[in-house]
Ligand binder design. Structure first.
Ligand code: C2E
Ligand code: CA
Ligand code: CA
Length: 508
């Protein structure tokens, strides 16, 4: 089936998503009108006013936005072609002598570009973009075409006279990634960048035009970005299928949240030294009427895209506090429930009032609620609503756990600054710790640091008795993982707690 710009998955997330929306238009100046139209369709007066107000600003300033001054089909900043010229180049290659046998489109985007924009001035950002263009150009052949699509996103038309199969395209993508991630010296400072890559081989699409091929590569880039930074993905029909499923989930999510189809499951956390239950983590599950139990990895992006993370957060806090109340009433000793908070929820200025109200409603003291914050959220944070909310939550008396510790480059200062009470050592450090000396060294260093800072520790993803024993020997405070218990619905959790408490108490 031939895809068109109209049936594109506009609700796809990630920095590249917005680019899909205006791929059919030759230049990025189409963005404000598209936004304006969207706001009008949605009947959102405020949106219209904001778009109108932002229009001159958009045109005047943004480096990370579509190019504004053009010399024919050139990007004034990098001197490269633009989206329209790339589409034309792809069309030409597809209709050229080699046909579509070995034509491919590749889309490359600088990861976390917003952070680069926040940390450096405009001249530095422009230098990064110019250099990126040069590095990519150096990695290509004369017959390939390189364009800057918009902001930190570059597109490449790979010509048909090379042997271009999946493996060759991946190798090329990796070479370009390597070239791109060489540190960039700007004055005294070094800027480190990584890029993600999506590509589409023309053979994987039925009768593609240049625009469709570029669109497929953009979809692959979005999938790459979903997998983290510095990732490469190739377009496939299966990918298109996954996107369609996500799109249909997107249509259903609001009603599912209202119907109560999303609930918290609970995974116990246990003290290493005395084997007591020290808390539970609330993990979201979608009980779908047709598809069964859907895990967060599948629906969180959909909820985020729909702007409904706040609603999920409310449900999780309510389910969590409700469980504590019921367990208290049943005489079970579960000191606290931990709830995961996304960056967008933490940026809600009403968050503290909302949580204070919920705690009051359930008549529970704030120290019964643990806020889990991802390490990536606190790393390199400048003063903003998130920072104010985190200190406000600590002030309220809630506890803060730093989630996925070891994966997000948080500085020790941010652990202090945000009044983190406990770090959750990521599963990647814990797994096979009983047989891997390097893992032991790493965890031991983390535990020493935590000890010196006077903060508690929890090891995540503990699966085996061997791992548990080594963690106990190294002095880790708490453990959580399939080896203790899987996340369970509330009634099952209650049954599990009763049977766990009935066993003779022993250190883990
Ligand atoms: P997380 O916060 O790091 O949660 C731990 C994840 O590891 C959970 O996956 C849990 O089921 C899984 N896990 C626990 N023990 C083990 C183990 O021994 N081995 C292995 N292989 N896995 C283990 P889950 O429930 O699929 O959640 C995935 C992620 O989704 C969570 O990672 C969290 O970041 C996010 N998430 C889940 N619920 C919510 C929510 O309500 N709100 C937000 N914002 N994020 C949520
Ligand atoms: Ca967590
Ligand atoms: Ca975690």
């Amino acid at each position: 089936m031939r895809s068109t710009a109209r049936n594109l998955p506009l609700q796809e997330r990630g920095p590249a998503r917005a680019r899909l929306a205006h791929m059919a238009r030759p230049i990025g100046l189409a963005v404000p009108p598209v936004l304006l139209l969207g706001a009008l369709i949605l009947g959102d007066k405020l949106g219209v006013a904001l778009v109108v107000a932002a229009l001159p600003l958009t045109v005047a300033t943004a480096v990370g936005r579509p190019i504004l001054t053009r010399d024919g089909r050139r990007d004034s900043l990098t001197g490269l072609g633009d989206r329209a010229s790339l589409t034309v180049a792809l069309d030409r290659m597809l209709h050229g002598a080699g046909g579509r046998r070995a034509v491919a489109a590749m889309v490359i985007e600088i990861d976390d570009f917003k952070q680069i924009e926040q940390r450096h001035d405009r001249a530095a950002v422009e230098q990064v973009l110019r250099l990126m263009g040069e590095r990519l150009q150096d990695g290509l052949r004369g017959e390939d075409a390189l364009s800057r699509l918009d902001g930190p996103c570059f597109g490449i038309a790979l010509a048909s006279d090379r042997r271009l199969d999946l493996e060759a395209a991946i190798q090329l993508g990796q070479r370009l990634q390597q070239a791109a991630c060489e540190p960039i010296a700007i004055g005294e400072v070094q800027v480190f960048v990584t890029v993600s890559v999506g590509f589409a081989l023309a053979l994987r699409l039925q009768q593609p035009g240049g625009a469709e091929l570029l669109q497929a590569a953009t979809l692959a880039l979005i999938e790459a970005q979903r997998g983290g930074t510095a990732t490469i993905r190739s377009y496939s029909e299966a990918m298109q299928h996954r996107v369609s499923i996500r799109n249909s989930l997107c249509d259903e999510i609001a009603a599912a949240l209202d119907r109560g189809d999303l609930t918290a499951h609970f995974q116990p956390q246990v003290s290493v030294c005395d084997g007591r239950i020290t808390g539970v983590e609330a993990l979201a599950r979608w009980h779908h009427p047709d598809r069964g139990l859907i895990p967060p990895a599948e629906f969180l992006p959909v909820i985020e895209q729909a702007g409904l993370m706040g609603r999920l957060g409310e449900i999780m806090v309510q389910d969590g506090l409700n469980a504590l109340r019921l367990w208290d009433a049943a005489g079970l000793n579960v000191p606290q429930v931990a709830v995961n908070f996304s960056q967008s929820e933490l940026a809600d200025p009403k968050l503290i009032d909302r949580l204070a109200w919920e705690l009051d409603r359930f008549d529970l003291s704030p120290d019964r609620l643990v806020i889990e914050v991802l390490e990536t959220v606190v790393a390199h944070r400048i003063e903003d609503v998130v920072v104010r909310n985190l200190s406000g939550l600590a002030g309220l008396g809630c506890r803060l756990d730093l989630d996925d510790f070891g994966t997000g480059h948080a500085a020790i200062t941010s652990i202090r600054r945000f009044s983190i009470q406990r770090i959750k050592i990521d599963r990647s450090f814990v797994s096979r710790i009983d047989i891997d000396g390097e893992q032991q060294k790493m965890v031991s260093a983390i535990l020493t640091m935590a000890d010196r800072l006077g903060i508690e520790t929890l090891a995540e993803g503990v699966e085996t008795k061997g791992e548990r024993e080594v963690l106990a020997k190294l002095g880790c405070g708490h453990v959580q993982g399939f080896g203790i218990a899987r996340p369970m619905p509330r009634p099952e959790t209650e049954a599990w707690i009763r049977s766990f408490e009935a066993q003779p108490r022993r250190a883990v």
